[in-house]
Design a protein around this ligand. Structure first.
Ligand SMILES: Cc1cc2nc3c(=O)[nH]c(=O)nc-3n(C[C@H](O)[C@H](O)[C@H](O)COP(=O)(O)OP(=O)(O)OC[C@H]3O[C@@H](n4cnc5c(N)ncnc54)[C@H](O)[C@@H]3O)c2cc1C
Ligand code: SF4
Length: 435
């Protein structure tokens, strides 16, 4: 591994105007990280990555790199791009092993973070590093959100999340697992108890139904529910996954790993339109997932999925549109059916905080800095943008954390408590580096 990583790093041209950094939603300083590593200054390289993105070690494993950093590397125009993700993972893993964090000097102010996915973790790191007393409220048993309960172990080892959790605790973050804010404790209760600002990073956890007959039958499941704990499902020998995005690929590959003999993905469009990234699709294919294109489900029955065939037809304006061919219908036999047709937010917080405004899909409405319709409440990640990526949740959450600091500073000034705050980037709480 070492030789390969070093050779990849040596291929970097150290461009004056690095496109890779522009292609990364978090603006990762890729050129500098590679230069530091090749100089032998691994801790400096790791610190740069961590301070820019506390989930760098995870992003390096699961970002759609071909779309982001590596897709923008100039070498990729004529040959293969520098494998930035492998270099980043090597440096970030080393850094997490070596570094020990300690709490920052307290500002005496408390912040509540609802949800411990990538958005909540980013905000918690940024605010705790500035001396805010952060408490995370998480409805599940463990932190991580989709990282813990969605992305399968073979793509993201859960041991990394335990390391992240230890780091959060070491800088003073308090974690309250198994508590859903909304039904019992509400956001009003949090303000009553002295939290100066509240962050919402609750993601999108309601599966989107297809609204076709048969969806409530006993052999039908939703992707996001299945991925939470695949071991509790008895799927039978032949499974049909409806939908062809990345979540569908995770479901199909997990089902094969859990012993299902035949896994089919049913998709209403063709291979060219598959929403999953190229590599996720290719991995699914080579692992044995089979694809049935141009079939649109119309009903689920005990024997499987009834469908109508579809086809692309030319339109007058030169484009193409998808049509159902009504006379070509069929039954796709399956013991179990898993629906992977995207997700939307659960509304427990909104129903208990009526002033929070949402759009018609239930996503929270915020400004660019994550400010919601209620002063002091900020939000970012999937609950605002809809299903996106980890690195995009990190980028947005950094902005939200900055805005929360400004809000709390303004509030402190208003109440006569003017206190300067240490800058997280200039005054990191990284200490006691092991050698
Ligand atoms: C199966 C799957 C695979 C994916 N694969 C990738 C990938 O390979 N690469 C990539 O970049 N992105 C991937 N994504 C997308 C990515 O994981 C999300 O964009 C990201 O996790 C969003 O982060 P978040 O913090 O906004 O929300 P989440 O990760 O959803 O976290 C929200 C957290 O809030 C908690 N919560 C919800 N309501 C409450 C409440 N009322 N009180 C307390 N806690 C609450 C939830 O339990 C959860 O822990 C994938 C998504 C899925 C579903
Ligand atoms: S965070 Fe993701 S997109 Fe950005 S450099 Fe790292 S792997 Fe690439």
């Amino acid at each position: 591994m070492g030789k390969h990583i070093i050779e990849e790093a040596q291929r970097c041209l150290q461009c004056k105007n690095p496109q890779c950094q522009k292609g990364c939603p978090a603006g990762t300083p890729i050129k500098e990280m590679i230069a530091s590593m090749l100089r032998g200054d691994m801790l400096n390289a790791g610190e740069r990555l961590f301070m820019n993105n506390p989930l760098s070690v995870i992003c390096a494993l699961i970002c759609p790199h071909e779309k982001f950093c590596e897709g923008h590397c100039i070498l990729g125009r004529k040959q293969s791009p520098v494998q930035i993700s492998s270099i980043e993972n090597y440096i970030s893993s080393y850094f997490l092993d070596q570094v020990r964090l300690t709490p920052a000097i307290s500002t005496g102010k408390m912040v509540a973070v609802i949800g411990s996915g990538p958005a909540g973790i980013t905000v918690a790191f940024m605010l705790a590093q500035r001396g805010y007393g952060v408490t995370i409220f998480e409805s599940s048993e463990r932190i991580g959100g989709v990282l813990q309960y969605g992305i399968p172990e073979y793509r993201l080892p859960k041991s990394i999340l335990r390391e992240i959790e230890e780091m959060l605790v070491s800088i003073g973050v308090k974690i309250r697992p198994n508590i859903r804010i909304g039904p019992v404790l509400t956001i009003d209760d949090l303000f009553r108890d002295g939290y100066q600002s509240v962050f919402i990073g609750t993601g999108v956890w309601n599966p989107r139904p297809l609204r076709i007959p048969g969806e409530s039958l006993g052999h039908v499941h939703y992707a996001i529910n299945y991925l939470k704990n695949p071991d509790v499902y008895s799927l039978g020998r032949r499974v049909c996954v409806i939908g062809a995005g990345n979540v569908a690929m995770d479901v199909a590959r997990t089902a094969l790993r859990k012993g299902v003999r035949e896994v089919y993905v049913l998709y209403r469009r063709g291979e060219a339109d598959i929403p999953a990234t190229h590599y996720e699709y290719e991995y699914a294919r080579i692992e044995g997932v089979r694809f049935e294109f141009f079939k649109s489900p119309t009903a689920i029955v005990p024997e499987g999925v009834r469908y109508v065939e579809t086809e692309m037809r030319p339109c007058e304006d030169g484009t193409e549109a998808l049509y159902c061919v009504e006379e070509r219908t069929g039954l796709f036999a399956a013991d179990s059916v898993i629906i992977a047709a995207s997700q939307s937010p659960a509304n427990t917080l909104v129903s208990s905080t009526p002033d929070l405004q949402t759009n018609s899909s239930g996503l929270l409405l915020t400004g660019e800095d994550g400010q919601t319709s209620v002063p002091g409440i900020y939000a970012s990640g999937d609950v605002v943008t809809g299903a996106k990526t980890v690195v995009e949740a990190v980028r947005f959450s950094k902005k939200a954390a900055e805005a929360m600091v400004k809000y709390m500073e303004r509030e402190a000034k208003g109440s006569g408590e003017d206190r300067p705050l240490a800058s997280c980037l200039e005054n990191p709480v990284i200490k006691n580096k092991k050698i």
